[in-house]
Design a protein around this ligand. Structure first.
Ligand code: PGA
Length: 251
């Protein structure tokens, strides 16, 4: 894993936005895997800002989101589909035909997960997958457990994850769904390259565990150690707590 530390979250977002836009220019039909949550907000705002200033051709890009709440679908205000439309897709002109989302309201959730895996395979897999990390070490909604599930599946959310998501439900944790559909660990590791972003002091302990601990289902993000092409992008608040992380390159 390559670690890069940036002086601020804003500078990290700018650097990653630049890198993604360069990739899209070189490969217009790139397949992206995308996250929701607080972590990618500045990145998405920066992608919108740059797209307004300099033309970027997003018209052939395909996107797959990591996860969606069970019970919420594209039209629900709390759904991740709505988050993505409002925070990124509308701002850069990516249309619904380019976007794949898990449908948390599907009648047959298992069938929905299988459909998603098939759509991803048909698209040729993800070229670049962007990830955040939960304070409990999850990626997507692969929560710490005795065993992880390989492919896209229904996951029960743990209390810390539901608390972290209350923000999107008016601060009311009781409104946060108890389950979600998520790409599995093998689905995540099938991406050809992965960028994990971690910002804010609260993430420093879990990032240290991810980087310096062994591979453990109790820290699902540690499985990224098994992938040959992972870049971990940190702000100073996370990087400062990581004296032990070798080969950090300061930007
Ligand atoms: P956050 O969530 O970006 O809101 O911190 C990250 C995650 O749970 O993956």
């Amino acid at each position: 894993m390559t670690c890069e530390a940036y002086p601020s979250e804003a500078m990290l977002a700018k650097a990653l936005a630049r890198r993604l836009i360069d990739l899209v220019a070189r490969r217009p039909s790139i397949v992206l895997g995308l996250p929701t949550g607080r972590t990618p907000l500045l990145l998405y705002a920066e992608l919108i800002r740059v797209t307004r200033e300099t033309p970027v051709d997003w018209s052939q890009v395909r996107t797959f989101n990591l996860d969606e709440f069970v019970g919420l679908g594209a039209g629900d205000p709390g759904s991740y589909a709505t988050f993505m439309r409002e925070r990124l897709f509308d701002g850069i002109g990516v249309t619904p035909t380019q976007v794949e989302f898990l449908d948390g309201r599907a009648a047959d959730l298992e069938g929905e997960c299988a459909r998603y895996e098939a759509a991803l395979a048909r698209a040729g897999g993800m070229d670049v997958l962007i990830l955040g990390i939960g304070i409990n070490g999850h990626i997507g909604f692969n929560e710490p457990a005795d065993a992880l599930v390989t492919r896209t599946h229904r996951a029960t959310l743990d209390d810390r994850t539901r608390a972290a998501n209350a923000l999107w439900f008016g601060g009311d944790v009781s409104r946060v769904p108890r389950a979600a559909l998520t790409m599995g660990m093998a689905t995540i590791l099938s991406a050809r390259s992965i960028v994990l972003i971690a910002t804010g002091e609260a993430k420093s302990d879990v990032v240290r565990e991810m980087l310096d601990g062994g591979v453990s289902t109790r820290v699902p993000a540690s499985f990224l150690q098994l992938h040959p092409q992972v870049t971990v992008m940190l702000d100073e608040l996370v990087a400062d707590g990581l004296e032990k992380c070798r080969a950090i390159s300061r930007r």
